[in-house]
Design a protein around this ligand. Sequence first.
Ligand code: NAP
Length: 239
Amino acid sequence: MTHLQNKTAYITGGSKGVGYGIAKVLLEHGMNVAITGRNLSSVEKAASSLTKDASRILAIQSNVSSMQDEVNAIAKTVAKFGQIDVVVANAGVGYFLPFEQLTEAQWHEMIDTNLTGVFNTVKAALIELKKCRGYVITISSLAGTNFFENGSGYNASKFGLVGFTQAMMLDLRKYGIKTTTIMPGSVATYFNNHTPTAEDAWKIQPEDIGELVVDVLKIPERSLPSKIEVRPSIPHKLD
Ligand SMILES: NC(=O)c1ccc[n+]([C@@H]2O[C@H](COP(=O)([O-])OP(=O)(O)OC[C@H]3O[C@@H](n4cnc5c(N)ncnc54)[C@H](OP(=O)(O)O)[C@@H]3O)[C@@H](O)[C@H]2O)c1
């Protein structure tokens, strides 16, 4: 994708954190952006802080765990911008507890959001992606390749997402659709009820993931970076 100007990105979970950072950088590169989240006022607030140009941003309430929500959100994005060139399946949640304390509800929320949510998003956008020979980026995690104590549900969702994305990549490239999964280490976000502070300066910043997305999108047509690990350069903790 040599030119990003006037292309459209649909980003799930763009009201804060990684999705917000990606939206910011893609807007800076001239793209139109739709962002989603479960809470409408948060998504609308994020949209108006991202840009004052309402013609280039769309805030949508959608829960990725609902296929109908994603179908409706994709339709709204196409109605406003006419096409979808890039889908960033970013929305995710995490609960980190010993297995015996992990509840059934927490397990289902992680699998339904982090894994089924990505399936729903890409399925709903597939017709549009085929038309544009578009790009799918999924946000997995280093937790999709490294397992750890208290991570059973989150690890399951992110290991599953890596396998799903890699196999889907092989299917979709036949249509000229590229798929990349990005696997970050610690990012300074609101994840798991965290609030970023100055002490998070050592972590990857959300905009850094945005810059990585731009690099991925701009790689020459013949090449497809299918899986990318990214971690803080200075390890304040094991990452
Ligand atoms: N932070 C890290 O260190 C880190 C590291 C590796 C990977 N990741 C991954 O990065 C992605 C983004 O996380 P983050 O760190 O940016 O967390 P965050 O700051 O908590 O942001 C999560 C975003 O996802 C949205 N969201 C959550 N559940 C959703 C659902 N069911 N449907 C639609 N939107 C939903 C949230 O909005 P609402 O709450 O309003 O829905 C919010 O916009 C996740 O997939 C996470 O696993 C994060």
